[in-house]
Design a protein around this ligand. Structure first.
Ligand code: NAP
Ligand code: MG
Length: 462
C-alpha cells in the first residue's frame, strides 16, 4: 500500500509539524501495511488557515464550475476504483467484491450526484418581496469513521464543495490510506489549492482540535454517539453549525403477511455485510409469535452460510467489544442459534456471524449498538407491540418493513421514529436523505437535503 508521509494542505503534501505516526494494520492478518503522520493542533491550524484563504474565491466560483470540478473528482475516483477497493480491503478488511461494489462504487455514484446537483440546485429563490440567497456556510471540519471509509468522506466533502464551502478532513485513524487516495484524486481533478485539506491523526488530538477550532464554521461528524455528544456540546458552546451522524439500532419489522423467507434472508444479509459495521444495519429482527420459530431457523441457516465469506472487524478493540456483547447476550438469557463469541480463526480480528433468539426488547444486545455481525430476533404478539419495540431504543436511524403489500408496510413505516425505512426490500437511493431521528443524529446527508446542510440563507427585501 502506498502511504504519504505528509498532510495534504493548501494543494500540496507537506511534512507534519510533529514526528508521531500511526501504523495502519490489515485486520485480516494483523500485519502493518503503512504509516501516516499523526497530526497535531498545529497541523489542523495550518489546514484551517488554508481552507479559510481558499474560501472566498471558491464560494464565488459559479456553481456549474464547481460541479464540473466535482465531476472531474468523480472521474478520478473511477480511474482509481481498483486501487480504492484494494486499499479499503487492506485497511478495513471487507471482502474485495464488497469493496469494489460498495466501498468504491457508492462514492462514485454520490460524487456524480453532487456534480449534477451543484449545477442544477436553486441557490436563489423568490419569496414575496424578497430574494433569498443560499450561501455557503464557510470552512467545514469533517470528521469521519472507518466503517465506510470513502463513502463517509464523500458524503461530506462532495456536498460541502458543491455548496461552495472549503473543507478540512480528519479521517479515522484505522483507515487513513483511503483518505490519502481521496486527496490524490482531488488534487488530480484540479480542485483548487486549499479547497480540500487532509490532516491524518488521532481523534482526541487532531479531531478535537478541528472540532474546537474557532475558524471552523461547521463541524460534520460521523461516528459514535459518545464522541458525537461531545462535539455537539463544543459546537453549541461556540454557536457553530453541527451535523451529527451517529449510531443506530434499526428494526427489521416482518409483519405477519410478509414473505418470511425473503425478509429473513435479506435481514441477515443486511447485518452481515461489512461484518455488521454499518450504522444503519437492521440489527433487530421483529417477528410475530406464530412464525417466530420458523424465522429463527431460517436466520440460523442464513448466518451459517456466511461463515467463510465474512471479513474481520476493523481492529482488536472492536473484536473484543463485539465478543463482549455476545457474552452479555448469553448472560442475559438470549439463545445463540448461530455463531458465538469464540474467535473463528487464530489470526485476524474475525467474529462469527451470530444470531440470537429469545431476545427481549430490554436486553443490552437489543438496546446498544454492537457494530458487529450480530442479529437479535425479537418476538411480538401484535402490530402495536411491534411498533413499541421498533421505537423502543434511543436511536432512530433506519429500518425495514415487510408486508404482503406496500400500503400495509407504508402505514407501519409512517409510525416509526426513524429517518429511513426500506419497504419490502427497497433499494439504496443515493439521492434520498439519510440521517437520524432521536440520538441517531442531527442533520441529513446525501442528495439535495445533504447539500442544504452546508448552506445558510440571506434574505434581501425589495
Ligand atoms: P469514534 O471514536 O466516534 O470515531 C469517529 C471519528 O471521530 C474518528 O475519526 C475518530 O478518530 C474521531 N474522534 C474520536 N474521538 C474524538 C474526539 N474526542 N474529538 C473529535 N474527534 C474524535 O468511533 P470509534 O471509536 O471508531 O468506534 C466506536 C463505536 O462507534 C463503534 O463500535 C460504533 O458503535 C460506533 N460507530 C458508528 C459509526 C457510524 O457510522 N454511525 C461509525 C463508526 C463507529 P479516531 O479514528 O482516531 O478514533
Ligand atoms: Mg475512536
Amino acid at each position: 500500500m502506498k502511504a504519504h508521509d505528509g498532510m495534504y494542505i493548501g494543494g500540496a503534501w507537506r511534512p507534519a509539524v510533529g514526528t508521531d505516526t500511526i501504523t495502519v494494520l490489515n485486520p485480516a492478518d494483523e500485519q502493518p501495511i503503512g504509516q501516516v503522520p499523526a497530526g497535531t493542533a498545529q497541523d489542523v491550524d495550518a489546514a484551517v488557515r488554508a481552507a479559510r484563504e481558499a474560501f472566498p474565491s471558491w464560494a464565488a466560483t459559479p456553481p456549474a464550475e464547481r460541479g464540473a470540478l466535482i465531476g472531474a473528482l468523480r472521474d478520478q475516483l473511477v480511474a482509481r476504483k481498483d486501487e480504492i477497493a484494494e486499499t479499503v480491503t487492506a485497511e478495513l478488511g471487507s471482502p474485495l467484491p464488497f469493496s469494489q461494489m460498495v466501498h468504491a462504487g457508492v462514492p462514485i455514484l454520490v460524487s456524480g450526484s453532487y456534480a449534477d446537483l451543484a449545477a442544477t440546485y436553486a441557490f436563489e429563490e423568490k419569496i414575496g418581496n424578497s430574494t433569498v440567497y443560499l450561501e455557503p456556510v464557510g470552512v467545514v471540519g469533517a470528521i469521519t469513521p472507518w466503517n465506510y471509509p470513502l463513502h463517509q468522506i464523500v458524503n461530506k466533502v462532495a456536498p460541502a464543495l458543491a455548496a461552495g464551502c472549503t473543507v478540512v478532513l480528519k479521517p479515522a485513524e484505522d483507515t487513513p490510506l483511503t483518505a490519502q487516495l481521496f486527496a490524490e484524486a482531488a488534487h488530480e481533478a484540479g480542485i483548487p489549492a486549499g479547497v480540500f485539506n487532509l490532516v491524518t491523526g488521532l481523534g482526541p488530538v487532531a479531531g478535537q482540535a478541528l472540532a474546537e477550532h474557532e475558524d471552523v464554521d461547521l463541524v460534520s461528524f460521523t461516528g459514535s454517539t459518545a464522541v458525537g455528544k461531545q462535539i455537539g456540546a463544543t459546537a453549541g458552546a461556540a454557536v457553530k453549525r453541527v451535523a451529527l451522524e451517529l449510531g443506530g439500532k434499526s428494526a427489521n419489522v416482518i409483519l405477519p403477511s410478509a414473505d418470511l423467507t425473503k425478509a429473513v434472508k435479506a435481514g441477515v444479509a443486511n447485518v452481515m455485510s461489512n461484518s455488521g459495521q454499518t450504522c444503519s444495519a437492521w440489527t433487530r429482527m421483529l417477528v410475530d409469535s406464530a412464525r417466530y420459530d420458523e424465522a429463527v431457523s431460517l436466520a440460523a441457516d442464513a448466518a451459517a452460510k456466511y461463515g467463510a465469506r465474512i471479513g474481520p472487524v476493523v481492529n482488536a478493540k472492536q473484536q473484543a467489544r463485539v465478543r463482549g456483547y455476545i457474552d452479555k447476550g448469553v448472560e442475559e438469557g438470549a439463545r445463540v442459534v448461530a455463531g458465538g463469541s469464540e474467535s473463528p480463526r487464530e489470526q485476524g480480528y474475525f467474529v462469527q456471524p451470530t444470531v440470537f433468539a429469545d431476545v427481549t426488547p430490554e436486553m443490552t444486545i437489543a438496546q446498544e449498538e454492537i457494530f458487529g455481525p450480530v442479529v437479535s430476533i425479537i418476538r411480538y404478539e401484535d402490530e402495536d407491540e411491534a411498533l413499541r419495540i421498533a421505537n423502543g431504543t434511543v436511536y432512530g436511524l433506519a429500518g425495514a418493513v415487510w408486508a404482503a403489500d406496500d400500503a400495509e408496510a407504508i402505514a407501519f413505516a409512517r409510525r416509526m421514529d426513524t429517518g429511513q425505512v426500506d419497504i419490502n426490500g427497497g433499494s439504496f437511493n443515493p439521492l434520498a436523505p439519510f440521517g437520524g431521528y432521536k440520538q441517531s443524529g442531527v442533520g441529513r446527508e446525501l442528495g439535495p437535503h445533504g447539500l442544504a446542510e452546508y448552506l445558510q440563507t440571506k434574505s434581501l427585501q425589495f
